[in-house]
Design a protein around this ligand. Sequence first.
Ligand code: 6PG
Length: 237
Amino acid sequence: MAIALEVLPTAALAAEAAARRFTLAATAAIESRGRFVVALSGGSTPRAMYAQLATASLASTLDWSRVEVLWGDERCVPPDHEASNYRMAREALFEPYAVPEKSILRMRGEIEPALAAQEYEDALALLATQHGETIYRHDLMLLGMGDDGHTASLFPGTEALSEQVRRVAANYVPKLGAWRLTMTLPLLNQSRHVLFLVSGDKNPELLEQVLAGGSEYPAARINPPNGQLTWMIGERA
Ligand code: 6PG
């Protein structure tokens, strides 16, 4: 595993750098494998990156018909709910760029969580078989980090964090009093490239402990053995 740390002076510059990384990864994957498989993260930080894909007119350079868009996690809400990670991406990226529906594999947060997780896991298994892979490998896995060191919807002390078999799980998060859908560590760590995009308003001590590998934090347990791990941090919001 190769690790890179990029610290940019502002969150905006970090978002722009992440957008450029996204485009480079997409172009390289499409050239070498004919497709780009990317999982988007939730939360608010990715919105700035999507905007940069537009501002730098990077998104319009991509052949979206060759892109497979997935999510590392999703809230258990309908797709038009304000908390939906899908809705945020649809508004900020898919609609502006007319990304074809067939390129988008949405986690169905509106149905029973365990069923939605199984459905997504089965879809990934089918796609992996179609790709001639034993496990679905993302060319780029976009992740964020919460103030408690969670990533995707793998929160400290929750059941899905210790899942070693299932690749997608329904995860009840007591601190939120809510269910989430999330990819698990076995799948996340199969990625060819994991890109953390973290705004500088996160607790600096937490960030330091995670980067030092403090395994009590889920974000510190992302270490793709056969992939690249990049932390992109914006110094201040
Ligand atoms: C989610 C995310 C979550 C997010 C972090 C950081 O669905 O909320 O997947 O893991 O990446 O909470 O969120 P911000 O980017 O808003 O700081």
